[in-house]
Each structure stands twice: as C-alpha cells, then as structure tokens.
Write a protein that binds this ligand. Structure first.
Ligand code: KIV
Length: 269
C-alpha cells in the first residue's frame, strides 16, 4: 500500500475527519506516520521550532528541500505536503512552478502556499504543471508584517468576507484542500460548508474537515506554543530527565558499566 493520494483526501470530506501534523526529520516523520495521521506537513514553522529563528522569513528553499527529503524517506502511508517558503512563489508563476517542482523531486506529494486571491494565479500554474496544492488562509504567518502581527482573523464581517473570497479563489484555482489558521470558528465553518474541497484547521474551531497542529506543540517541545494548541505529552521533561541521568552516571563513574564495554580477545590480553 502506497501513500494516500489527493483522491483519498478529497473522499474524506464529509465522511471522516482528516488528521495532519508537522514533522521535519526522519525519526519524527516515521513516528507520526506509524501513529496513523493522514497528512504530514513539512511546515516552514521549522524555521522557528527547529532552527530557533524569530519568524518563518529565514526559511529557504534549500532548507525545505533537505527536510522534505528526510521526511519523505520515512513516511510510508500518509501524504507528504511541503511548505513553499517565503519569497519562493510570490514573484512569478514560473518561479512558483520551478520551486514547487524542487519540493516534489525531494519527495513531496503536494505543496502548500500561504495567501488567497493574490496568489491564486500561482496556485493555478502549479496545479497545471501537475503538482497538487494545499492553500493556507486566515492568519498567514509569512505575512505577519503586513497583518500587524500574528493576529486572529475573521473577527469582523469585512474580514470574514475577505477570507471567504480567498477560500473561493483557491478552490477555483485548483487547490485540493485549504488550511485555515487562527480564524473565527463561524468563518471556518462557513467556508467548510461552501467549499467542495476539505478545510484543515489550526486554531479555527471545530467545524472543519480536519485539524493540523505543529508536532513540537503537541509533544511539549515548543517554548511558546500558540493559545490554540494542545499539548498531549511532555517530551521536554523526558529529555531533561534522560540527559540529567546520563550526566550524573558519567560523573559518578556508573556509565559505561560492564554491559556497555568490550574487551580484547582473551588470548591477546
Ligand atoms: O508551517 C506550518 O507548520 C504550518 C502550520 C501552522 C499549518 O503552516
């Protein structure tokens, strides 16, 4: 059995919730796939949660290609979606298609772009080139400077109308799913009703076709998780305990013990 396809994801709309989570490297991608998620997102959030940059603006195509290839080598069943980083698709349709192609060659099954009406022509070009596209509307972190920060979207009727227009433009351009981030629940629910393609929400309420979270927020490895994320484990605590125990055993001369050392063959010693 290969990975889930666009057709499989489309069929889930209205029949069962879609589960998406981020992963950025081989071991965690292997684990999230084994846990049975439907889509693994190689998100540009890696700039912040893996590299410690203050925003996703520092993420380059080279970084995304490398992380996408690591994730792709690990994932057997889920669909692998790779984020197109800041300034890799905004300038021209040609540049958007060429960069989307690099992510597919690295092992992505689809790419994700942030933006609505203003990038619909790039989405259309990428889909025409044969590459499936996931849209991303509502809060679009790559545009936090013009949005005035990481602010909630869809609080007013005007903003709600803008986000609904973005969703419609992306569906018309050929996107097969849309991530809706940090948007009022009513707005995400309305988009979910109006579109034929699935909506996958993060911080946008309960009435979407699926949910996505950042792995580091889920497992307790983020320093400042967003208010809408839920922590299901405390891996930071486990790492601290393990490394403290290791350090203590080294200092006390307890590690390595007999079981972790090897000796010369008897006749030579
Ligand atoms: O980069 C990312 O992790 C994302 C999610 C927040 C959806 O785009």
């Amino acid at each position: 059995m290969g990975r889930l396809t666009v057709r499989d994801i489309l069929k889930m709309k209205g029949s069962r919730k879609i589960v998406m989570i981020t992963a950025y490297d081989y071991p965690t991608a292997k684990l999230v796939d084994e846990a049975g998620v439907d889509m693994v997102l190689v998100g540009d959030s890696l700039g912040m949660v893996v590299y410690g940059f203050p925003s996703t603006h520092y993420v380059t195509m080279d970084m995304m290609v490398l992380h996408t290839s690591a994730v792709s080598r690990a994932v057997k069943r889920a669909m692998v979606v790779a984020d197109m980083p800041f300034l890799s698709y905004e300038h021209s349709r040609r540049e958007a298609v060429l960069n989307a192609g690099k992510l597919v060659r690295a092992g992505a099954d689809a790419v994700k772009l942030e933006g609505g009406v203003e990038i619909a022509d790039k989405v259309e070009a990428i889909v025409k080139a044969g590459i499936p596209v996931v849209g991303h509307i509502g809060l679009t972190p790559q545009r936090y400077l013009v949005l005035g920060g990481y602010r909630k979207r869809g609080k007013t009727v005007e903003d709600a109308k803008r986000i609904i227009e973005d969703a419609k433009a992306l569906e018309e351009a050929g996107a097969f799913a849309i991530v809706i981030e940090f948007t009022a629940e009513e707005v995400a629910a309305e988009i979910t009703r109006r579109l034929n393609i699935p909506t996958i929400c993060i911080g946008s309420g309960r009435y979407c076709d699926g949910q996505v979270l950042v792995l580091h927020d889920v497992i307790g490895l983020s320093e400042t998780p967003p208010p809408f994320a839920k922590r299901y484990a405390n891996v930071a605590k486990l790492i601290l305990e393990a490394v403290r125990s290791y350090a203590e055993e080294v200092r006390k001369g307890l590690f390595p013990s007999e079981e972790h050392v090897f000796h010369m063959e008897k006749k030579q010693s």
